[in-house]
Design a protein around this ligand. Structure first.
Ligand SMILES: *[C@@H]1O[C@H](CO)[C@@H](O)[C@H](O)[C@H]1NC(C)=O
Ligand SMILES: *[C@@H]1O[C@H](CO)[C@@H](O)[C@H](O)[C@H]1NC(C)=O
Length: 994
């Protein structure tokens, strides 16, 4: 509240003297005669106080507090003194008169109209920068005859500059920068002959720049009019301003040539005339400006050559002549400019051997030559400038091959040479420029393969190699470019599969692989690139079905897959992909109904033509056969997981929460007792409900595949043949959970948003007075528990597979703990909750009891684990954290290694102190604990098994702090290990290599 942003002035003298000074009116012969609005008269101290208090009273309320020091003293009739009472922002002269008013950045809201300048005519400085003043600048400002400093910048002042400003003959600083000032600049401004700084930039000032500025204000150092609507020529009298160091006239509508007299501005350092309508040549006199460091002339209509005299601008450091009509060879004298750091000549018609000329400019940092007619052989030149940060040579006629030395530019972040005649291979050495963020080699004649060294480009955001003659595969290392936003490889001769690793480019927004010879399926991992907006895979040889996951992309806008061999129906996930704007799926083998979203329903026939059997309401397509409502969700790929852990009321909370989240309005009036369906993620949840009831024959036990503490799991075959797992909860209703609903809103959202290849997906839920159930991904392979508990199965279950499943579980947990924010704790890791697919990959299921860890909120917990896997500390503390999952993982890993639940082994570990445990373990050979049903591992595998065992033991440490994190475990498991020891020499107690 007490925002004392403003410095305070201190009382300068103790004397309170009534001033008797009289200030004569300034006038000048050749200007309109100016008169102050009021007769200047004796102004008493009381007048000053009254003027300030009156202004204060007129300001917005919240200023009152800030200006609370502006008040009459408590002693009722005493006259308050702004000087010895330390009024905020006020300073006084020796005579005790208000001379300074500084309310810079004080959030003052109001007008100047109520500030009676006539009563404040001792003011020297008035600083009101960066407030919210509105209204006009009153003409009585001319009464401040002593004023030398007026700063009104960054307010909302409007209207014209009053001509009375010319009365302020002592002014040397005048700024109304960044307001809404309109009208012409008054000629009278030329009366302020002392002006050094004149800043009228960023307003809406019209008309010409008054000639009096150039005629009279010969002391000007800073002249600034940018971003206004000024018209007319720059007068030749500008040459009078020989002290001028900074001239900003950019972003106006100035026309005509740059006067030759510009060469007389001997002191000029910074000359910015860009974005006007200037014409003619760049005057050669510019070569006289030996102090010039910055010259910005871009976005004009300048013609002719760049004068040879440019080479005399020894201090020049930043030059931008872009977007003009300059032509002719670039003068070789440019090569003399040793300070040159920024060079921009883009979009002109320049010719010549620019790269050779620039070879000596070793300070160059950014170069933009795009859109000219340069035609050098690029291979002979350049590329060794170690400071270079950015170079754009696009849209020229450069030819030759890319030199390996480009890779030496270690600092290069942008390299663009698109649309030239570059030939040959892309040198692998380019990978040395490992800081590249943008690499654009598109539209050239490049051949060969995409170099594998590109995996160095960890910072790359944009990669464009399209429109070349590149061959071979898309390299797998593409997945290493994890920051990539845009990838365009279109129109080459690339073949082979689209690597699934592309899914690791999680930031990718724009992917174009069209017009190559790619085959195989569209990897579903593309559907996991959650930022994806535009996908173009058209004109390839892709086969298989459209991945379900594509329709789940949240930002998906454009999908082009025409001219491939894609078959099957369009997954129903697309019916919720409302972000889609445009699709083209023509010339494929697709069939079935178009999803019911505008991108499909409103699309042109051309976008769908030449498929096997698409149907829908689009003109040109046949109508779909009428189906009963149960079939409408034919493509629903719902999958289930057995969920055996968790607690009923939490799950019910999740259900209610989910509902609330989707339909928060309805939850209020929902009646538990009624038979109303309240459901789902999918909008026709009612249909899913009915289909599932039908598919499980009203939850007939024939379809049951498992029973757990709070529900039974059923396998359901949907009408279209797809399998889902349905977990039916035993007792859905009864719990008054309305308070919990809000609390779990974020959790439930996160659970459905988890996308990880080792995590079973939760698709949704239905809740009904009769039945409530969760719908999950169905995995064919059963659970890890099944696998281990049946001897025949276990015998097929080899060491390599076991280890790789543990890696999968570790990856899933590491992801939840470390890559989700806030972290998600599973709380119930056990062999029942790890499911296998047909490829024996592990998937962690049952997040029904996962709870978000928010370190700043109080931790609501309840025992949610499975007996035998839960960390010991849960018995005496309610603190659930990631380390509980680490413990359960350790138990699971031991179970996989030993083939049975390791309870005896673990109690043995706990029965001793950790030191003696390690000691006694020294004598226990690894062989003794391994699952005997399968043969001993080979030497190499044994080392992995040993590593897993050691990790597992460290995970079940009784002290949570001593357990590793899942990230560490996952990294350790992926590590290549090498030890020369055979199995029988390895003992479990060996410390872990870190
Ligand atoms: C006016 O106040 C601002 C902000 O407190 C301060 O930066 C500036 O130096 C002051 N001006 C003078 C002349 O003291
Ligand atoms: C200028 O005025 C327009 C509307 O008249 C307003 O939108 C804009 O924000 C104002 N700009 C400034 C800098 O006050």
């Amino acid at each position: 509240m007490d925002k004392h942003l403003c410095s305070q002035f201190f009382f300068l003298g103790l004397l309170l003297v009534l001033s008797t000074t009289f200030f004569p009116i300034v006038s000048a012969s050749h200007f309109t005669t100016l008169k102050p609005n009021e007769e200047a008269k004796e102004i008493s101290h009381e007048n000053e106080v009254a003027a300030l208090l009156k202004w204060k009273a007129s300001l917005d309320n919240k200023c009152q507090l800030l200006l609370s020091s502006w008040a009459t003293t408590t002693n009722t009739n005493a006259i308050s003194n702004p000087c010895n009472n330390n009024w905020f922002g006020i300073g006084c002269n020796k005579a005790g008169r208000v001379a300074y008013l500084n309310l810079t950045s004080c959030d003052i809201r109001g007008t100047l109209r109520n500030l009676n300048f006539s009563s404040l005519n001792h003011l020297l400085r008035l600083e009101l920068y960066n407030n919210s003043l509105y209204g006009t600048i009153p003409s009585n400002i001319g009464n401040l005859s002593k004023l030398y400093y007026l700063e009104l910048g960054s307010n909302f002042l409007s209207g014209p500059i009053p001509p009375e400003i010319g009365l302020l003959a002592n002014m040397w600083f005048f700024s109304i920068y960044h307001n809404n000032i309109t009208g012409h600049v008054p000629q009278q401004i030329g009366l302020m002959r002392e002006l050094v700084t004149l800043d009228l930039g960023f307003n809406s000032i019209t008309g010409m720049i008054p000639s009096t500025i150039f005629g009279n204000l010969s002391d000007l150092y800073f002249l600034s009019f940018p971003k206004n609507e000024l018209r007319g020529y720059i007068p030749s009298s500008i040459g009078n301003l020989t002290k001028l160091e900074i001239l900003y006239l950019y972003k106006n509508r100035l026309s005509g040539p740059i006067p030759e007299e510009i060469g007389m501005l001997k002191s000029i350092r910074d000359l910015e005339l860009f974005d006007n309508h200037l014409t003619g040549h760049i005057p050669s006199s510019i070569g006289n400006l030996s102090n010039l460091t910055i010259l910005l002339l871009r976005l004009n209509n300048l013609t002719g050559r760049i004068p040879e005299e440019f080479g005399m601008l020894n201090s020049l450091y930043d030059i931008d002549l872009g977007v003009n009509n300059l032509e002719g060879d670039i003068p070789s004298s440019i090569g003399n400019l040793e300070q040159l750091t920024y060079l921009a000549l883009y979009e002109n018609n320049l010719t010549g051997n620019i790269l050779i000329i620039l070879k000596n400019c070793t300070n160059l940092y950014r170069i933009d030559l795009r859109g000219n007619k340069f035609s050098e052989n690029i291979s002979e030149t350049f590329g060794i400038n170690l400071n270079l940060d950015y170079i754009d040579l696009s849209d020229n006629r450069f030819h030759g091959e890319l030199d390996a030395t480009w890779g030496v530019c270690r600092g290069l972040t942008g390299f663009k040479i698109s649309n030239n005649y570059i030939s040959g291979n892309i040198p692998g050495e380019l990978g040395g420029a490992y800081q590249l963020q943008v690499l654009d080699l598109s539209s050239n004649q490049l051949m060969g393969i995409i170099p594998r060294t590109f995996d160095n480009f960890m910072e790359l955001l944009e990669l464009r190699l399209n429109d070349n003659r590149l061959l071979g595969d898309i390299p797998l290392i593409i997945g290493k470019l994890s920051k990539l936003l845009s990838l365009n490889l279109a129109r080459n001769n690339l073949s082979g599969l689209i690597p699934t690793q592309i899914g690791d480019c999680k930031e990718l927004v724009d992917l174009n692989l069209s017009q190559n010879a790619l085959d195989g399926n569209i990897p579903f991992q593309i559907g996991e690139m959650n930022a994806l907006e535009t996908l173009d895979l058209s004109y390839n040889r892709l086969i298989g079905e459209l991945p379900w996951q594509l329709g789940e992309l949240k930002s998906f806008q454009v999908m082009k897959i025409s001219h491939n061999e894609i078959s099957g129906s369009i997954p129903s996930s697309f019916s919720q992909c409302l972000s889609l704007i445009s699709v083209n799926i023509s010339y494929n083998q697709l069939e079935g109904a178009l999803p019911n979203i505008p991108a499909f329903q409103k699309g042109p026939f051309e976008a769908f033509r030449n498929n096997k059997g698409l149907c829908g309401d689009v003109a040109g397509l046949k109508a779909c056969p009428r189906v009963n409502r149960g079939n409408k969700k034919r493509d629903t790929k719902l999958i289930i997981l057995p969920m055996l852990g968790g607690i009923v009321f939490l799950i019910v909370a999740l259900l209610l929460t989910s509902l609330t989240y989707r339909r928060s309005a309805r939850i209020e009036s929902r009646n538990h007792q009624s038979g109303d369906l309240f459901s789902v993620w999918s909008f026709d949840g009612k249909m899913v409900y009915e289909e599932i009831i039908k598919a499980t024959e009203d939850f007939n036990s024939n379809h049951c595949i498992g029973v757990g503490g709070n529900g039974s799991v059923f396998k359901a075959k949907m009408p279209n043949g797809q399998l889902v797992a349905v977990k039916k909860l035993h007792t859905p209703e009864t719990i008054g959970l309305s308070n919990l609903i809000e609390g779990f809103r974020n959790e439930i959202r996160a659970l459905t948003e988890i996308r990880h290849r080792n995590i079973v997906k939760l698709y949704g839920f239905c809740s009904h007075a009769l039945h409530s159930f969760l719908v999950y991904e169905f995995l064919e392979g059963g659970s890890l528990l099944d696998m281990l508990s049946k001897d025949e199965k276990a015998m097929e279950f080899k060491w390599i597979t076991r280890i790789s499943i543990l890696k999968d579980v570790a990856n899933a947990l590491a992801y939840m703990h470390h890559d989700c924010s806030p972290p998600i704790i599973h709380r119930d890791i056990s062999s029942k909750n790890v499911l296998l697919d047909t490829g024996n990959r592990g998937h962690v299921s049952d997040f029904g009891s996962a709870k978000f860890l928010n370190p700043h909120s109080s931790n609501w917990t309840a025992f949610a684990g499975t007996y035998g896997y839960a960390a010991p500390e849960l018995a005496y503390t309610m603190e659930v954290n990631e380390k509980c999952d680490v413990y359960s993982f350790g138990v699971l890993a031991l179970e996989v290694i030993m083939g049975k639940h390791p309870s005896d082994f673990i109690s043995y570990i706990f029965s001793t102190s950790s030191a003696s445990m390690l000691k006694s373990l020294d004598h226990k050979m690894l062989k003794d604990v391994l699952d005997k049903r399968i043969s001993s591992p080979s030497i190499e595998v044994a080392e992995k098994v040993l590593l897993v065992t050691k990790l597992a033991i460290s995970c079940v440490h009784s002290t949570p702090q001593f357990r590793p994190t899942m990230k560490q475990v996952s990294v350790q498991l992926s590590r290549k290990i090498s030890t020369s020891k055979g199995l029988s020499f390895v003992t479990i107690g060996e410390p872990l290599a870190s």
